[in-house]
Ligand binder design. Structure first.
Ligand code: HEM
Length: 403
């Protein structure tokens, strides 16, 4: 294919990192099942992405990938990977292990369980906005998006939050398609340190149960089976990465999208009943998780191209969510968009377990901003983008308002 010589999927290029959507449109139009220079297949059509997420011949387990061998080149990394594999989290295993873990953990995430967290979320948001309301300026990431999910989920004490944050920042690099070897080692070291911290937190919650999610996980039980200690810690690490960083990004990406479209901000203020569909549109418009991957368990065809067993397929959720075949006028922010079958939470058996919680947190945070800081606008400094590519978000979002 001649176009693929000039068309490359490189999410790390600064202009692509800032705004990946023009490249996604080109890939989808010119080479929708794209073979990248790194040997991975890159899918950008909504239909292909959804089909792969639902296909039982596609594994989520990195040990089924050819590429795992590349990561093992350093003895230290190999050691760390092996010790972690003692209890991989459910996001990285296939059935039947996946089914067993998901059934157990699901108990902590039922709509009723999330509803019980609602007053807690509202109180945390109110407290966070109280702190900035008189100041006339805030950083939406620092002051709201970051502290909210971490407090809801694990009740991490304020004193430990900075350490927690540093580990989690190193750790999320593991999700990027390519990780430099020094960053990989730092990420794996951070994971070890975080596991140590979480083991202590689990022991503390066992002794003194509280209203957070961690306590709910500890008590989750299915026919007498509980999570083992190692599984519980792996689950917490997964929740941190899958649940925490993503929710921060949803609130930050969502707020910046609204502030860049003052007519949408005004529309939502005038009609709060749009809040539910608005959060779905914000998830679609600038998705917090841009890609996920699967490893072929058998040779198969995707869009007329032959994918071999062991090869990795990257499903670009952010591109699927801007596919004009699924979403008319896909680059337009339309808070009332219906239907809105976005794949921001994935699809198939690994569909995001925390979607109800993420939606609740985002709705409460955004409606509180609208109600309490109606004159919110961007400034005085421009937003700063985070350097990860799989997780798309902001490191800083300065905003001002009449105090
Ligand atoms: C805006 C916020 C969120 C987004 C965009 C998001 C996105 C996703 C996506 C795309 C997947 C599927 C990954 C794949 O198929 O490879 C996923 C899975 C998962 N998410 Fe979320 N997530 C969010 C919030 C949360 C929250 C708040 C939690 C929990 C507290 C959570 C827990 C999980 C778990 C446990 C999985 C793995 C499920 C499984 O393997 O069966 N997520 N998430």
């Amino acid at each position: 294919m001649s176009t693929s010589e000039t068309l490359a999927f490189n999410p790390f290029l600064p202009e692509v990192h800032e705004d990946p959507y023009p490249l996604y449109h080109r890939l989808r139009a010119e080479d929708p099942v794209h073979r990248s220079a790194l040997g991975m297949w890159v899918l950008t059509r909504h239909a292909d992405v959804l089909a792969v997420l639902r296909d039982p011949r596609m594994s989520r387990d990195p040990r089924r990938s050819e590429r795992i061998e590349l990561l093992r080149s350093s003895a230290e990394v190999d050691e760390l990977l092996t010790s972690e594999e003692a209890a991989p989290s459910m996001l990285f295993v296939d059935p039947p292990d996946h089914t067993r873990l998901r059934v157990l953990v699901n108990k902590a995430f039922t709509p009723a369980a999330v509803e019980r967290l609602r007053p807690r979320v509202e109180a945390i948001v109110a407290g966070l906005l109280d702190r900035v309301a008189g100041a006339g300026a805030m950083d939406v990431v620092e002051d709201l998006a970051y502290p909210l999910p971490v407090t809801v989920m694990f009740g991490v004490p304020e004193a430990a939050r900075e350490r927690f944050r540093a580990w989690s920042r190193e750790l999320v690099r593991l999700l990027d398609p390519v990780v430099a070897s020094d960053a990989l080692e730092r990420a794996l070291q951070a994971r070890l340190a975080l596991r140590g911290y979480l083991r202590g937190l689990v022991a503390e919650r066992r002794a003194h149960p509280s209203g957070d999610l961690l306590t709910a996980l500890i008590v989750a039980e299915d026919h007498g089976h509980k999570l083992s200690e190692a599984e519980l810690v792996s689950m917490c690490v997964l929740l941190l990465v899958a649940g925490h960083e993503t929710t921060v990004n949803l609130i930050a990406n969502g707020t910046v999208a609204l502030l860049r479209h003052p007519e949408a901000w005004a529309q939502l203020q005038a009609d709060p009943s749009l809040l539910g569909s608005a959060v779905e549109e914000l998830l679609r418009y600038d998705s917090p998780v841009q890609f996920t991957s699967r490893h072929a368990l058998a040779d198969l065809d995707i869009g007329g191209r032959r994918v071999r067993a062991g090869e990795t397929v990257v499903a670009v959720l952010g591109a699927a969510n801007r596919d004009p075949a699924q979403f008319p006028d896909p680059d337009r922010l339309d808070l009332a968009r219906k239907p809105n079958r976005h794949v921001a939470f994935g699809g198939g058996i690994h569909f995001c377990l925390g979607a109800p919680l993420a939606r609740t947190e985002a709705r409460i945070a955004i409606s509180a901003l609208l109600a309490r800081l109606p004159g919110l606008e961007l400034g005085p400094r421009p937003p700063v983008r985070r350097d990860t590519v799989t997780l798309r978000g902001l490191a800083s979002l300065p905003a001002k308002f009449p105090p």
